[in-house]
Design a protein around this ligand. Structure first.
Ligand code: 6MZ
Length: 355
């Protein structure tokens, strides 16, 4: 399946802090260990563990956030994550992250996001296009693209399910202010066992009313009432959908809401007990819009190519079908029409390899 790696790909469900290279995480943990802030040996074991329950994943995120949440590190991991996706031949990336406030180091949600933007600007190995083409702001590293890789990057600001309505609203307002630097929407994520839908609804509704795109982690654990309420909200996409029941599928399909599919994540966290019963198969057969994504390539030790090969092996997709599936992701992006057209051209020029 050597054809999967060079194939142009679209990534729509990737959490910044879940997509850190193990080597970077270990390097940063070692430094904190030397300063006595953490016990490096404990951290090393947790980071290198491959098999994690959903609960353990969220404990790991708390640890990762301790290690990574300063401006300089946020800039570094943003740069590395985008570089890693570009190496994977991802041509369009929607990267999501939770803006964080930490008064003790002078970090506000805005300064956190500015550190992310600084990371995008600091990439020189590939051309990164992250502001709308109509925006007058010019990128210092913008090139003509000839002979160089180019990756479109758009940002989603995540609301963590531990947040209050007020804090969620602050994130939405920040997203509105940062539209001119590539922010296109809002994600609701975090431990699905924590928080109530009604807490986030006012901020999500405000975001929607102001034309931000919305994607929701939905049905990562069984929660029938919340799943129905989320679908009634008509988000622009949902992620996971592992515990959807017949009535949920019906609604999702009638609204044509695209689903972000994260195979390794669902299997490793045991949200789905075995790949052969994964809802990918049914949605694919029903020609429902879906897109293969990594979720957290660092935490789940995967790559987008690996996720595609898992789908190919598990569901018997051919080369041409896989290419068509990857290309169909264009319609599910939150990008401007002009970018969608450009992506269409990129896929069209690669298509002779995949017939
Ligand atoms: C729900 C998840 C997640 O935002 O700090 N996150 N939320 N389900 C998942 N599936 C396993 N994977 C990641 O990235 C890490 C944060 O993303 C969310 C969690 O809130 C996690 O703390 P950022 O860049």
């Amino acid at each position: 399946m050597e054809w999967i790696h060079p194939m142009p790909k679209i990534e729509l469900h990737a959490h910044l802090n879940g997509s850190i290279r193990d080597s970077t995480l270990l390097e940063l943990a070692r430094v904190l260990g030397e300063k006595g802030v953490i016990e490096f040996a404990d951290v090393e074991n947790v980071i290198q563990k491959n098999d994690r329950s959903l609960d353990e994943v969220f404990k790991l995120f708390d640890l990762i956030h301790m290690i990574t949440t300063d401006h300089q590190t946020v800039t570094r991991i943003t740069r590395e994550v985008v570089q890693d996706f570009a190496v994977e031949n991802v041509v369009y990336l929607e990267l999501r992250t939770t803006p964080k406030r930490n008064d003790s180091i002078g970090m506000s949600k805005r300064s956190y996001m500015e550190a992310v933007i600084k990371g995008l600007r600091s990439i020189s190995e590939v051309d990164v296009e992250f502001v709308a083409a109509t925006d007058s702001e010019k990128l210092h590293n913008s090139c003509d693209g000839v002979g160089r890789k180019k990756i479109y990057v758009r940002l989603l600001l995540s609301i963590d399910r531990r947040e209050t309505t007020e804090s969620a609203m602050e994130t939405v307002k920040l997203a509105l202010e940062m539209r001119n630097v590539g922010v296109v929407g809002i994600d609701l994520s975090g431990n699905p066992l924590v928080g109530e839908w009604s807490t986030f609804l006012p901020a999500l509704q405000f975001a929607k009313d102001n034309d931000l795109y919305i994607t929701l982690h939905s049905g990562e654990v069984p929660n029938p009432k919340e799943i129905q309420a989320m679908l009634d909200f008509k988000p622009h996409r949902v992620g996971h959908a592992c515990f959807f029941k017949d009535q949920d599928w019906e609604k999702l399909k009638s609204f044509r809401i695209p689903v972000e599919i994260c195979l390794s994540s669902n299997i490793i966290t045991k949200s789905i007990s075995s790949i052969d019963i994964h809802h990918f198969a049914d949605l694919y057969k029903a020609k429902h819009p879906l897109i293969i994504c990594t979720d957290d390539f660092g935490v789940f030790s995967t790559t987008l190519s690996n996720e595609y090969s898992l789908a190919v092996r598990s569901f018997g997709l051919g080369k041409r079908e896989t290419f068509a599936l990857a290309k169909s992701g264009i319609d599910a992006t939150f990008a401007e029409d002009e970018v969608k057209q450009q992506l269409g051209l990129i896929f069209d020029s690669a298509s002779p390899e995949y017939v």
